[in-house]
Design a protein around this ligand. Structure first.
Ligand code: F0G
Length: 456
């Protein structure tokens, strides 16, 4: 059969409240034109994030019932730890309540005020957590990443030449850790190749710098490698995942992505001494090392989800459903990042709305219009998110102004996606009338979450 279907049946549903355009105009105004400030029930299709929004399976819900809620040494902890070790292969596993808690602990132990941390592209919380302890995050995306139209297979890669230069210039004294994010979320959900991971590892090891993977969407990355990189066509996703992590010294993980958790995360390392320091912080901020801010039932659900996320039929459907939307948009001539990434569709807001300059936030305007048009909620990944230098307070255009429509796992069907496509086409048809925005009020760190906007 050529038709790829959703490889699951629906046995529990959550109604969607439908709203009128007038209601939505009023609600987005009351939310100060920031979709993060909307009530979720006022959203028709919620593509704000794929994080914590997945549908769990009946297996995972069943596992939750056997959650062992003992404070120390719970059965659920061992199940969780053994699953993580089996897939990720690191010696030390530290559970956290979500990915950013793992980042906070890792950078709190490793990063100092004059440190530099390279990454293919930092996600906003990684960037924020490095800056919070005084370090400087540096993005080193590959050259192909700049061309949003090209179909290069691994646009999430890190620029190895730039990494070597940075390492030669600053050395291990100032670079405490090298990171790579798979898939590259802020860079369009694009995958990182195994060859690139090997190269980063080589550079890190020869300089004596630990190499960590931000592993949130590791299964999607593994499946891209299977389909796009020579030599992996016959490998199972779990074996590709194991190989990716074998080149690293540790990882941070948000179990809210590729493990279908509604909450959860972990930090891994092979360094027992470092893990000891990390657990001391964990006890103070998250919880005892055998639960780390999670209920036993969450540990159980994640252990099940980590296996399900590596299922090939699920991954085929997952990557294809994103591609379906991207290809329809390209057919309509709508500027969208190519090729399709794993977890999200990224509209190129700067080209969608060329009349709006970057410092008037075209991505934010587009997100407001999509909400007004059809109740779709998406997130700006551009100058609002990345344009402010937290140290100097200066603002400049981000590398790109994108609007990310993240697709929650196993939640929406193809007809929901057809509705989204129709809405984008309608906004495209009236794009010339859309105006830019200004920030009325915002904090210094992670301003996009809470900022107030208005039309210029
Ligand atoms: N790293 C990456 C690449 C992420 O995408 C995220 C979260 C995190 C770390 C932090 O994990 O949310 O569990 O604390 N990304 C979500 C998103 C929020 O919408 O892309 P967390």
């Amino acid at each position: 059969m050529k038709t790829i279907i959703e490889p699951f049946r629906i046995k529990m549903i959550e109604p969607i409240k439908l709203t009128t355009r007038e209601q939505r105009e009023q609600m987005i105004r009351a939310a100060h034109y920031n979709p993060f400030r909307l009530r979720a029930e006022d959203v028709v299709i919620d593509l704000l994030t794929d994080s914590g929004t997945s549908a769990m399976s009946s297996e995972a819900w069943g596992a939750m019932m056997r959650g062992d809620e003992s404070y120390a040494g719970a059965r659920s902890w061992y199940r969780f730890r053994d699953t993580v070790k089996d897939i990720f292969g690191f010696k030390q596993v530290i559970p956290t309540h979500q990915g950013r808690a793992a980042e906070h602990i890792l950078f709190g132990v490793m990063v100092k005020p004059d440190s530099i941390v390279p990454n293919n592209t930092h996600f906003d919380t990684t960037r924020g957590n490095i800056e919070f302890v005084g370090g400087t995050p540096v993005d080193l995306p590959c050259v192909e990443a700049d061309d949003l139209d090209s179909d290069a297979p691994f646009k999430g890669n890190m620029n190895i030449e730039a990494l070597e230069k940075l390492v030669a210039e600053h050395g291990p004294q100032r670079i405490p850790v090298i990171m790579v994010t798979i898939t590259n979320n802020s860079g369009g959900g694009q995958p990182v190749s195994m060859a690139n991971i090997r190269e980063i590892s080589r550079v890190a090891r020869s300089a004596g710098i630990p190499f960590y993977i931000d592993a949130c969407r590791f299964a999607e990355n593994a499946h891209f490698i299977k389909h796009r990189e020579k030599g992996f066509a016959d490998s199972a996703p779990i074996d590709i995942a194991r190989e990716m992590f074998s080149y690293a010294d540790g990882c941070t993980m948000s179990a809210k992505k590729d493990s279908f958790g509604n909450i959860g995360g972990f930090l891994c390392t092979n360094d027992a001494e470092l893990a000891h320091k990390e657990r001391n912080i964990l006890i103070m901020t998250e919880g005892f090392p055998t639960y780390g801010g999670l209920a036993g039932r969450d540990l159980e659900a994640i252990a099940v989800g980590l296996r399900e996320t590596l299922d090939e039929h699920y991954l085929d459907y997952r990557l294809l459903s994103t591609r379906y939307v991207v290809e329809r948009l390209r057919e309509s001539g709508i500027p969208v990042m190519a090729p399709a990434g794993g977890h999200a569709v990224y509209l190129d807001a700067r080209r969608f709305l060329p009349q709006i300059e970057p410092l008037q936030y075209p991505g934010q305007s587009l997100s407001v219009e999509l909400y007004i048009e059809a109740g779709i909620r998406a997130v700006e990944i551009g100058t609002v998110m990345f344009g402010l230098d937290a140290h100097t307070g200066e603002e400049s255009p981000a590398r790109h102004d994108l609007l990310r429509l993240a697709i929650p796992r196993r939640v929406y069907t193809q007809s929901h996606m057809d509705y989204v496509l129709e809405a984008i086409n309608l906004v495209w048809g009236r794009r010339e009338q859309i105006r830019g925005m200004k920030i009325v009020k915002a904090p210094r760190f992670l301003r996009h979450f809470t900022a107030h906007f208005d039309y210029v």
